[in-house]
Every structure is written in structure tokens, then in C-alpha cells.
Design a protein around this ligand. Structure first.
Ligand SMILES: Cc1cc2nc3c(=O)[nH]c(=O)nc-3n(C[C@H](O)[C@H](O)[C@H](O)COP(=O)(O)O)c2cc1C
Length: 197
């Protein structure tokens, strides 16, 4: 088994589902392809997320490694993502529609809803032995132009690199060490509390 998997698995206080413990954001990807079918399964998992008024504001545009839009999106990445991201198998641009389709009014929860959908997508990926790494470090304007996203109606949130897990040895420093460092979280008491009163 890839040694990174054991290092990265979440050590939890409570009985958290293995799928949630096993998801993590790797930087080492093998470069092996993923199929349209595999990706469509992830998007369908995302589509079954809850959303305000069932508006499903999320939008996913994707490209496979080797295709021109993949390479163009790679060129929009900021410095820290550039050394390793090109080994991913697919890149997904994650965006959301800002207005309600029903009445054209602003939809206050488009970003929240899209985040829930992406959570579904990432867990489905984990179940399928695929890994995802969200990327906010890129030139948003350049990418939005490339994707023909109209900022008035649609918000480009981030990119998601998907692929199969590679070995930490593939990476240069400091990424190699990061790949071998266990994940950490804030103490539960800092983010969750019983309402007093
Ligand atoms: C909106 C968003 C943007 C992110 N942007 C980047 C990024 O540009 N580069 C990067 O290496 N990781 C990025 N990450 C990944 C986070 O750093 C990562 O999820 C976090 O450190 C927790 O690690 P884990 O996903 O392995 O549990 C981003 C995550 C989110 C949700």
C-alpha cells in the first residue's frame, strides 16, 4: 500500500466514517488517466447534495490531462501549486450560479450549496480510490475568461485537481515532507459546543 495513505488517515476521537477519515489532499499524483465515466459518477454524487430551494447552483467544467484547457488552467496556477499539479489526471472548475433560476433574485446560499456538493464529490472520489486537491491559488480572472464565466451571474470558486495517488518520493521539497506529515485539526471544542442557556 502507498505509505502516504496510513500517514494521512485522520486520527479521530470519535467513530468517524472511514471514507471521511481517508479523504485528504495529496500533491503526489501518478499522472494515470481518469475516464469520463469516473468523473461523471463524481458529478452525479455532487448533484445529490441538498441545496436551498433545490436550485443546485453548482456548475462543474472539466478537462483531462493532455487536453488544451487542462494545460491552460495549469498555466493559471500560482507558484506553490505549479510544481506538482500538472501530474493530476483532471481539473475541474467549480463555480455556482449567483441568482435563483425561479425569479432572478440573488441566491444567498450559492457558495454554501456548492461547497456541500463538492463535499459529496470528494467522498465519492475517495470511495472510488481517486483523490482530489482543491486549488484556490490561481489567477481567477484569467481562468474565468478561459472558461467564459460571466462574473455577474456566476462565481468561480476554485479548481479541483483529481487523480490517482502517487508516491511522496515523486515530489520535490518542501512538498515531499508535507506529503509525509500527518494531518491536523483544531480541537473539537473550538468548533462545536452545546448552546448554553
Ligand atoms: C477553497 C480552497 C482552496 C484551497 N487552495 C489550495 C491551494 O491553492 N493549494 C493547496 O495546496 N491547497 C489548497 N487547498 C487545500 C487545503 O490546504 C487543504 O484542504 C487543507 O490544508 C486540509 O488538508 P486535507 O484536505 O488534506 O485535510 C484549498 C482548499 C480549499 C477548500
Amino acid at each position: 500500500m502507498n505509505a502516504t495513505i496510513a500517514i494521512k488517515e485522520a486520527r479521530t476521537e470519535h467513530d468517524v466514517h472511514p471514507l471521511i477519515r481517508q479523504r485528504f489532499s495529496p500533491r503526489a499524483f501518478t499522472g494515470e488517466p481518469v475516464s469520463d465515466q469516473e468523473l461523471l459518477t463524481l458529478f452525479e454524487a455532487a448533484a445529490w447534495a441538498p441545496s436551498s430551494m433545490n436550485e443546485q447552483p453548482w456548475r462543474f467544467r472539466y478537462a483531462l490531462r493532455g487536453e488544451a484547457p487542462f494545460e491552460a488552467l495549469m498555466r493559471s496556477l500560482s507558484g506553490g501549486n505549479l510544481p506538482w499539479a500538472p501530474n493530476g489526471a483532471a481539473i475541474v472548475a467549480i463555480s455556482g450560479m449567483k441568482h435563483h433560476a425561479r425569479n432572478g433574485q440573488p441566491n444567498a446560499s450559492w457558495g454554501f450549496d456548492t461547497g456541500i456538493a463538492v463535499g459529496n464529490l470528494l467522498l465519492q472520489a475517495t470511495a472510488a480510490g481517486l483523490y482530489g486537491h482543491l486549488l484556490g491559488g490561481f489567477d481567477h480572472e484569467r481562468a474565468a475568461e478561459l472558461l467564459r464565466i460571466d462574473a455577474e451571474s456566476e462565481g468561480l470558486i476554485c479548481l479541483l485537481l483529481l487523480g490517482r495517488l502517487g508516491e511522496a518520493e515523486m515530489l520535490q521539497e518542501p512538498y515531499r515532507t508535507r506529503e509525509r506529515t500527518p494531518r491536523v485539526r483544531k480541537p473539537l471544542g473550538e468548533v462545536a459546543a452545546r448552546i448554553s442557556g
